[in-house]
Write a protein that binds this ligand. Structure first.
Ligand SMILES: [Fe+2]
Length: 412
């Protein structure tokens, strides 16, 4: 009998089996599973639903965000929509800052960082905001230093305090100011610190969970100091504003420098995005129609290639005009928002999350979401999502709803 004939026989049984026969056959197979487990395999004895329902097939919210079932989908976890309020987490930053300031040994030494790490309730005890993204909110007291290191995850800092603190990336010292986004791409040596007078607070964002899943998360702390410097921090070779001076004028790039900084591939050479520049760019465009789903939005991009700053993470900044409400949109990517200016709410899967400055909101994939600026001033939201990764692996899709509630394919 050929393989094809054999397959045909399985698909087209000669007669219908009875319920008793099916149960008996299943029991016999199930009885083999304890032996099979010792040999590290499983004899399939049940219908599996390794995949969840297709997220795009209905317009409502019932069909999305459900876990798959069955043995194959057994260990699946799903992030849920969630909001971390500044008014809730700020006191804890203050408490750890106070403890650190009063301690003989700074906790930054025993814990690497003084930070709180956000945990999405859908991901049990994992310190992740979504399946691919980790966020820590760090506080650096005057004098704190995070020694030079390099790692495989891509990372960034979104600065929440007005002034103070710095990150040195590959010798470029970036002064931290509110609204700045400072990147430390995979393969760049970096150190952080606060040599100012006041504590500074920023959000660290990393694609660490993704690298962990790929078994590719590593950190090298063994910084080889240059002569005449300490082994904790890098010498300053470029002053604040260096990479901005090279790349900030869009559409032009310098021809006399290497765009390769650090040692990874597809690395953006622009490390520092100024909060003032981001705000001004958005405000300059606020009289344009904008996008019904994203209002006035800019993406931070690699100035050499025009691609997302990291191959994994997409960084956006958007302005919602007074009382502006965006239309519902859902994407295959997931991410988070942090509120830089204004007050309003984001509705996710029918659930309303009101927000104020410095609140952080997780938006998992597949769920309808829309933003509403309820105030009479401009609101500015920053976003980070794994849309870049999804695009790079051919999995990015997005849908929107028109005014009549019809579903529209925004990106197939
Ligand atoms: Fe780092």
């Amino acid at each position: 009998m050929t393989v094809q004939q054999n397959a045909m026989q399985i698909i087209s049984p000669i007669r219908e089996s009875s319920d008793e026969e099916r149960i008996s056959a299943r029991d016999q197979m199930e009885a083999l599973n304890p032996e099979a487990k010792k040999l590290q395999f499983w004899i399939r004895t049940q219908k599996n639903a390794p995949a969840q329902e297709p997220w795009f097939s209905t317009a409502d919210t019932d069909n999305t965000g459900k876990l798959a079932s069955g043995q194959v989908g057994k260990n699946q976890l799903k992030a849920v929509p969630y909001r971390w309020r500044w008014s809730d987490y700020r006191p804890y930053l203050q408490k750890i800052s106070d403890i650190a300031a009063g301690a003989d040994v700074a906790p930054v030494e025993f814990a690497d960082r003084q930070s709180i790490v956000l945990m999405n309730p859908g991901l049990t005890e994992r310190i992740q905001v979504t399946n691919t993204i980790r966020c820590a909110i760090s506080i650096y007291n005057p004098g704190d230093i995070a020694p030079a290191h390099v790692h495989s995850p891509n990372a960034s800092r979104t600065i929440l305090t007005d002034n103070g603190g710095y990150t040195n990336i590959e010798g470029e010292r970036c002064e931290a100011r509110r609204g700045d986004v400072i990147l430390t791409p995979n393969g760049t040596w970096h150190d952080h610190g606060n040599d100012g007078e006041e504590p500074v607070v920023w959000i660290d964002t990393l694609d660490w969970p993704l690298m962990e899943y790929l078994d590719c998360a590593w950190v090298d702390q063994d910084y080889q100091a240059a002569a005449g410097t300490t082994d904790r921090t890098q010498p300053v070779r470029h002053v604040d504003g260096y990479s901005q001076k090279l790349y900030k004028n869009g559409g032009m790039r310098p021809t006399f420098v290497s765009h390769q900084r650090g040692f990874s591939q597809r690395l953006t050479p622009l490390f520092h995005y100024s909060g003032v520049d981001i705000r001004n760019s958005l405000v300059d465009l606020k009289d344009e129609t904008g996008d019904p789903y994203e209002a006035i939005q800019m993406e931070l991009v690699n100035p050499v290639t025009g691609e997302s700053v990291f191959p994994t993470l997409r960084y956006g900044a958007q302005l919602l005009r007074p009382n502006e409400a965006t239309r519902p949109k859902r994407e295959t990517s997931s991410g988070y928002y942090v509120v830089i200016n204004g007050e309003g709410y984001t509705e996710i899967n029918g659930q309303k999350f009101d927000w104020k400055p410095n609140d952080v909101i997780a938006v998992p994939n597949f769920l309808w979401r829309r933003h509403v600026n309820t105030s009479s001033e401009d609101a500015i939201l920053y976003s980070v999502s794994d849309a870049a990764l999804m695009r790079n692996i051919g999995q990015y899709r997005a849908q929107g709803k028109d005014n009549a509630g019809n579903v529209i394919q925004l990106e197939q």
